[in-house]
Design a protein around this ligand. Structure first.
Ligand code: SF4
Length: 239
């Protein structure tokens, strides 16, 4: 487990500024990787993305979204059929229950629409703050929190932004550290960074835009010869 480091408030503020700058330079256009055309599709895709890769979700939703266009479509579907259609995303029984439960509540309580407040979104079955933050940020442009998925949870620890033991507590730490007007873009940049560079098993630190700020014990400094000098974005690392 990564050792927790202590920084003064001023040091941590300086580090945060450098990290935000590095992420901005490396990933200026980071966006949600889940393919969607509207709030309902993003909500469904985000529910399906639990314990599953975005690539797999996008494959499944490509067909799913042709058939399911409204909350009624999900609510009225035969459970066994929907389960089969989303099976490859894993935990398909629970996810089916969430999709149908959320659809039913949207119809009964929210006029058949995806609600646009944190308070209402987290009432939907299968929707916790992570999913609500994704929908609020991407669809409604509302910064109500920071998305803490598996990538953000790992990268924030490596960068000593938070060592909180749960995503909920980590989100609170990040909301204190990161300026609110950066919450939405920071979430996407951290997810992108975690997926492409700061990977779980072998982080590609030689490509990392915030390597100088990172004191993680997971850091791997040696670059394979054929990769030396390249970066994923073609942009310079933060100094
Ligand atoms: S230096 Fe390595 S471990 Fe640290 S944030 Fe960058 S990729 Fe992750």
């Amino acid at each position: 487990m990564a050792r927790k480091k202590r920084f003064t408030r001023a040091e941590q503020e300086r580090r945060v500024t450098q990290i935000l700058r590095g992420l901005d330079r490396a990933y200026p256009d980071a966006q949600c990787a889940l393919v969607h055309r509207n709030a309902l599709e993003l909500l469904v895709a985000t529910i399906l993305s639990a314990q599953c890769t975005d690539e797999r979700v996008n494959i499944v939703t490509r067909d799913l979204f042709k058939t399911y266009r409204t909350p009624e479509d999900y609510m009225n579907a035969a459970r066994a059929v929907l389960e089969e259609e989303i099976r490859s995303t894993g935990f398909f029984r629970n996810k089916t229950k969430s999709l149908q439960g959320a659809a039913a509540m949207m119809i009964e309580k929210f006029g058949g629409q995806v609600p646009d407040t944190m308070e209402e979104l987290v009432q939907l079955p299968g929707v916790a703050r992570k999913t609500a933050n994704v929908v609020l940020g991407v669809i409604f442009g509302k910064a109500e929190g920071v998305v803490v998925d598996t990538h953000v949870f790992r990268v924030a620890r490596r960068l000593d932004l938070s060592h909180a033991p749960t995503p909920e507590k980590m989100e609170r730490d990040l909301m204190e550290l990161i300026p609110r007007d950066k919450w939405i873009v920071f979430s996407h940049q951290m997810i992108h960074h975690g997926r492409k560079v700061c990977k779980a098993r072998k982080p590609l630190c030689y490509l990392c835009p915030v390597e100088k700020v990172c004191q993680s014990e997971d850091k791997v400094l040696a670059a394979p010869m054929y990769h030396a000098g390249r970066s994923t974005s073609g942009r310079k690392a933060v100094g």
